[in-house]
Write a protein that binds this ligand. Structure first.
Ligand code: HEC
Length: 287
């Protein structure tokens, strides 16, 4: 069973202050996206939960990662950049990065084949993609960088529910299998379902308060996960908000997981879902 406190949040409460307070508390514990330790600067570039083979029939979304996660595991693919600003070479070991489940103190190291330490020359910048295979666990996870005494959190996330999230309601895999959506009805739903409280109005790019502004989503949505259209990505985000945490939230901050988005898949009809998505992906001409 899911343990997200957001399950319990009724739609009527969405726009209420209690939601915002919880979100703000999550913010205060927000992981740093960039950190410097023992000479090296590390930056979280991207983190994506890869789909299980049974989900979509396609495992590899980041082709640089060899193999597929073992049965029952999900792979978090993480791309970091590492920079050596010093005038001397410095060593970095991928083992410095761990995915940690706070409650049980379980840690996972990257399971991909780059495991040996390597040296970064002076001024060298390197991009590294690592995969962490995580067994079924609904607990919040943090990506930690342990290099000095401090263990710096770079990312907070949660293993996505994947196929399990769709099953109770039997949502189809592809957004194309939903009924045809009406952007006009979607606009009304966007207000009524409380999207506007967190994301702001689509016409007002700066109005977002908690979630990313969605005014440019019709374009940006298709760039989030390679191979997913904006509509498919919006669909998966609504069914399973933690599958991928959006990169930029208001105030120039990266968004943090677990996502505060309610599980709309449990409350929306297929028609409402199609309408909201149609509204989000309709090209806009105003700025
Ligand atoms: C309680 C606040 C909240 C509500 C209500 C909410 N969202 Fe979100 N939403 C967020 C946050 C925070 C994120 C960024 C974290 C993530 O990726 O889940 C997000 C992410 C998204 C994304 C991905 C955006 C991107 O740029 O990648 C989409 C699409 C989205 N929401 C659509 C909706 C829609 C449609 C509704 C209403 C049906 C809605 N949201 C309701 C907070 C909210």
């Amino acid at each position: 069973m899911r343990s997200s406190p957001w399950r319990a949040v009724g739609l009527a409460l969405l726009a209420s202050l209690s939601g915002l307070v919880l979100v703000l508390r999550a913010r205060a514990e927000q992981p740093r996206r960039e950190a410097e330790q023992r000479g090296l600067r590390l930056r979280m570039e991207r983190a994506v939960w890869l789909h299980e083979a049974t989900d979509h029939g396609d495992t590899a979304r980041l082709p640089t990662l060899p193999g597929s996660p073992p049965e029952g595991s999900r792979r978090l693919a993480v791309e970091v950049s590492i920079f050596n600003p010093r005038a001397m070479p410095l060593e970095f070991s991928p083992g410095e990065l761990r995915l940690s489940e706070g409650r049980t103190a379980t840690e996972w190291r990257a399971t991909t084949d780059v495991s040996r330490p390597f040296t970064l020359g002076p001024g060298e910048l390197l991009f590294l993609t690592l995969g962490f295979d995580v067994p079924r666990t609904p607990a919040p996870l943090r990506l930690l960088w342990a290099r000095g005494e401090e263990r710096i959190a770079l990312l907070a996330t949660r293993r996505p529910l994947g196929a399990e999230a769709r099953e109770p309601r039997g949502w189809p895999e592809s957004v194309g299998e939903l009924p045809a959506g009406s952007a006009g009805s979607g606009a009304a739903l966007y207000d009524r379902l409380g999207c506007v409280a967190c994301h702001g109005a689509l016409e007002a790019l700066d109005a977002a308060r908690v979630g990313p502004s969605l005014g440019a989503f019709f374009q940006a949505g298709s760039t989030r996960i390679a191979g997913l259209s904006a509509a498919q990505y919006a669909y998966e985000s609504l069914l399973n908000p933690d599958a991928f945490i959006a990169p930029a939230c208001p105030g120039g901050q990266p968004c943090v997981g677990p996502s505060p988005m309610p599980l709309y898949g449990e409350v929306l009809s297929a028609q409402d879902m199609a309408d909201v998505i149609a509204y989000l992906v309709t090209p806009r001409t105003d700025e």
